[in-house]
Design a protein around this ligand. Structure first.
Ligand SMILES: CCCCCCCC(=O)CC(=O)SCCNC(=O)CCNC(=O)[C@H](O)C(C)(C)COP(=O)(O)OP(=O)(O)OC[C@H]1O[C@@H](n2cnc3c(N)ncnc32)[C@H](O)[C@@H]1OP(=O)(O)O
Ligand SMILES: NC(=O)C1=CN([C@@H]2O[C@H](COP(=O)(O)OP(=O)(O)OC[C@H]3O[C@@H](n4cnc5c(N)ncnc54)[C@H](O)[C@@H]3O)[C@@H](O)[C@H]2O)C=CC1
Length: 715
């Protein structure tokens, strides 16, 4: 709703009221229509200020209403009538003015923002475009190139940048409403013709065609199959080339296609999923709102390799003092240099001073006596990690949380080395740790809710999207990934090439195919793990191990020193070690042919559909198993992990949402088909939760938690 009052004698004040972000629900839109009319009819009122309650202007359309049929006054005529008003309308922007919220402000004649406010048109991130006039007004106000940047990326700008771009007229450090009222008093009675953005001509751009061609090409490349960014470019083009009313028709047309698209549904699901994972719960019943985190003032990182460096930098960037410990002197010196550079580059990007003094470097574990939390990032070696946890338990003060960044080892085994196993959790970051948004917080059977709450809160402070998951080999992300990479290797045995598989995966929307990714991360990492598990045995090429199909291809490459980019050879060829451009490698094709001949395998033609089904459906099946085992609380957790940790295209929602879009019945049928064809791959057998969901009519993904709950209560 919206509240109306009159202040300072002649200013009508309209306050949007819909906590927490004053989203433009039907009631709020109705409130705006009613209060604007009241203000315009009130002869005492000479100008009007629109603001939002509780320090937020407006977070845009109420996304929860998108699934229902539209009711209440539509946004476009509402904003139009504000723009047409004969009394000055001033938007007082605090907190956020996003999407429909900014479009509402653009309909006003003036905009005053608080210095801490953020503005933007993030519709593209929800699979939409700014279709309440935003795509037509913003280019008229700030020019085509700047509008294209904001609308196609959806990025939020600070008040300072908004002022520089010309989106707002004034920025204040004081009370925004007071400043807006003062401003409204000063403009009362002034002519408004020059303030109605829809009447502005779009600023002229030299060689418009070349500009749009260039932008479209870039957007297509970065969109990875998403349709909304392309529609955004088309809408801005309409603003640049058509009169306002025709541009609005084009905006409406483009929006109509997007609004009902599967991609918009996936992106909106993902928006809520990101928020849902913060509301974690453990099988014990412990949950986010009943568990209090411990204070964390000082943190330690042990092991300054690839991961430790990124983690320590991310902690320092979050403002925390970090003590780092590295066993090898040479590695310590190298880490110090590399981390200083990382901090300097990050600070330059953000326009702040590099927090170099936040990190101290040591080679002595005794220096960790007074920290509140330790993140261990030494080699992936259980014996070594156990030793480190034993030492940490002796050295650290009582109450220190001990966390491991292991990619998949048993967190509980590490906990058992310590005096306080309840204070041990996994904090599984993703490489590069100062960039990647995802953090898996892994609780073992003995981890306390307080320990989980502390790790989740620290993740949030570091700007990560943290997902609490149970303890099993590989946790959620890597447990599913193992099947994906294994299937990709099977496809090579059966006749595919790395290029063919990667092309299918990349066309689906992943930034990198499975083999390119494997070359980037290093083939030796998985090899070391498989050797430790006694699965990989040098010199052996058997294709059945531990009673199931096994592909030794990756091991055979490692035996030849082909570790990927770092050695200049892997699934692809690189011009030199460390080079990033992958070239198809005739040696590898020949090697595959010889391998098939040796094992009596006949290469067959494998199409894109089979590649996708074979790589993605087993992962999805494992996702169902993870839900069934209670390792993830809901499908949202798995989807957020995959989108933010593994590059699953966000416009496909995540693996579990994607399964619901494809149709659970179809996923089940294809898994049955592949399991029949490959009975030596047990994980292809459809899991019982998937069968159960299909049996009850494939309910939407939002209802799966109930089914899982019932399933668990019956066990
Ligand atoms: C065919 C024609 C159809 C016409 C359709 C017209 C289409 C449009 O007019 C276009 C639009 O506006 S689409 C919406 C654009 N707005 C956005 O994307 C902003 C989304 N919100 C944010 O970024 C942050 O919440 C924000 C920065 C605002 C605040 O961040 P915080 O970190 O402070 O808070 P959150 O935890 O993110 O959010 C708090 C609670 O509010 C819920 N929420 C946020 N924005 C919402 C929104 N726009 N609609 C509905 N709910 C929304 C959010 O889910 C969370 O809820 P709980 O988790 O239940 O507390
Ligand atoms: N590299 C990756 O992409 C990811 C790795 N991880 C996990 O993070 C951990 C670390 O991995 P990386 O950084 O890749 O390893 P790395 O090999 O790059 O670095 C490990 C570092 O630990 C140091 N170290 C070993 N023992 C030590 C000790 N007792 N005290 C202090 N320092 C010691 C080593 O000298 C080395 O500098 C592993 O558990 C790994 O599975 C997790 C996510 C992603």
């Amino acid at each position: 709703m919206a509240q109306y009052s009159r202040i300072s004698g002649s200013v009508g004040l309209i306050t949007l009221k819909n906590p927490p972000v004053n989203a433009l629900s039907a009631a709020v839109r109705q409130g705006i229509v009613d209060t604007v009319e009241k203000a315009l009819c009130d002869p005492q009122v000479k100008s009007v200020v629109i603001c939002g309650q509780d320090g937020v202007f407006c977070g845009g359309a109420d996304v929860k209403e998108f699934e229902k049929s539209m009711s209440g006054p539509p946004l476009i005529p509402m904003i139009h009538s504000i723009e047409c008003a004969t009394k000055p309308m001033v938007a007082a922007i605090e907190g956020s003015a996003l999407g429909g919220g900014l479009e509402l402000a653009l309909g006003c004649h003036y905009r005053i923002a608080h210095s801490k406010a953020r503005l933007g048109l993030p519709e593209v991130t929800l699979g939409l475009l700014p279709a309440a006039g935003g795509s037509q007004r913003l280019p008229r106000l700030i020019g085509v190139p700047a509008a294209l940047d904001l609308i196609t990326t959806g990025r939020h700008v600070t008040a300072a940048e908004a002022l520089q771009l010309g989106i707002v007229d004034q920025v204040t450090d004081h009370k925004t409403v007071d400043a807006a009222v003062k401003f409204a008093l000063s403009v009362a009675g002034k002519p408004l013709d020059a303030r109605r953005i829809s009447t502005y001509p779009c600023p002229v751009v030299t060689d418009l065609d070349a500009l749009f061609e260039d932008v479209m090409q870039k957007v297509r490349q970065s969109a990875r199959g998403a349709i909304a960014p392309i529609a955004c470019v088309q809408a801005v083009r309409a603003a640049a080339t058509l009169p306002y009313t025709r541009g609005m028709e084009r905006e409406k047309e483009l929006m109509a296609t997007l609004f009902t698209s599967g991609q918009a549904r996936a992106l909106q699901y993902n928006f809520f999923a990101q928020r849902a994972v913060g509301k974690w719960r453990m099988p014990s019943g412990a949950r986010w709102d009943t568990s209090t985190p411990r204070p964390v003032h000082k943190v330690a990182v042990i092991g300054l390799g690839t991961m430790g460096r990124g983690i320590a930098v991310a902690l320092a960037q979050a403002g925390l003092p970090v003590v780092t410990v590295e066993a090898q002197e040479k590695q310590l010196m190298e880490a110090k240099r590399v981390m200083s550079d990382m901090l300097k580059r990050g600070a330059k990007r953000r326009g702040v001073a590099p927090p170099l003094d936040k990190i101290s470097y040591s080679s002595n574990i005794q220096d960790l006596a007074d920290v509140d939390l330790v993140i261990e990032a030494v080699f992936e070696d259980m014996d070594l990690k156990k030793k480190v946890f034993l030492q940490l338990s002796a050295v650290c003060k009582p109450g220190t949380l001990l966390c491991t960044n292991t990619s998949g080892l048993d967190v509980d085994q590490l906990a058992s080395q310590t005096r306080n196993p309840e204070l041990v959790v996994g904090m599984h970051f993703f490489a590069p740790a100062h960039v990647m948004k995802l953090l898996e917080v892994v609780y073992g059977p003995r981890s306390s809710p307080q320990a989980v709450a502390t790790a989740m809160q620290l993740g949030k402070k570091m700007g990560k999207i943290s997902v609490a998951v149970g303890n099993c080999r590989g946790f959620v992300g890597n447990r599913m990934l193992k099947l994906y990479t294994e299937q990709a290797s099977f496809l090579l045995e059966e006749g595919a090439t790395p290029d063919l598989v990667d092309r299918a995966i990349e066309e689906f929307g992943f930034p990198m195919g499975v083999f390119r990714m494997s070359d980037l991360s290093g083939l030796d990492i998985g090899w070391r793990v498989r050797k430790e598990m006694k699965l990989a045995v040098p010199g052996q090429s058997a294709r059945i191990r531990e009673g199931r199909r096994y592909s030794p291809l990756g091991d055979l490459l490692c035996e030849q020193g082909r570790f990927g980019q770092k050695t200049g050879r892997g699934w692809y060829r690189y011009n030199k070690p460390g080079d990033r451009v992958a070239h198809s490698d005739p040696w590898l094709h020949h090697f595959l042919e010889e391998y098939r001949a040796q094992h009596g395998l006949v290469a067959r033609r494998i199409d894109q559909q089979e590649i996708l089904e074979r790589c993605l459906y087993p992962m999805i099946n494992e996702g169902f198993r993870i839900l069934q085992d209670g390792i993830a609380a809901g499908p949202e957790d798995i989807d957020v992990i995959y989108v933010f940790g593994y590059g699953w295209p966000r416009h496909c929602g995540g693996p579990m949402f994607y399964a619901s879009m494809v149709g659970l019945e179809k996923v089940l049928e294809r898994l049955e088909h592949y399991y029949q064809a490959h009975p030596d791959v047990p994980y292809l057998q459809p899991c019982s939760l998937l069968r159960r969901l299909v049996a009850i009519g494939s309910p939407p993904v939002q209802k799966w938690r109930e089914v899982i709950k019932n399933l668990h209560s019956q066990l």
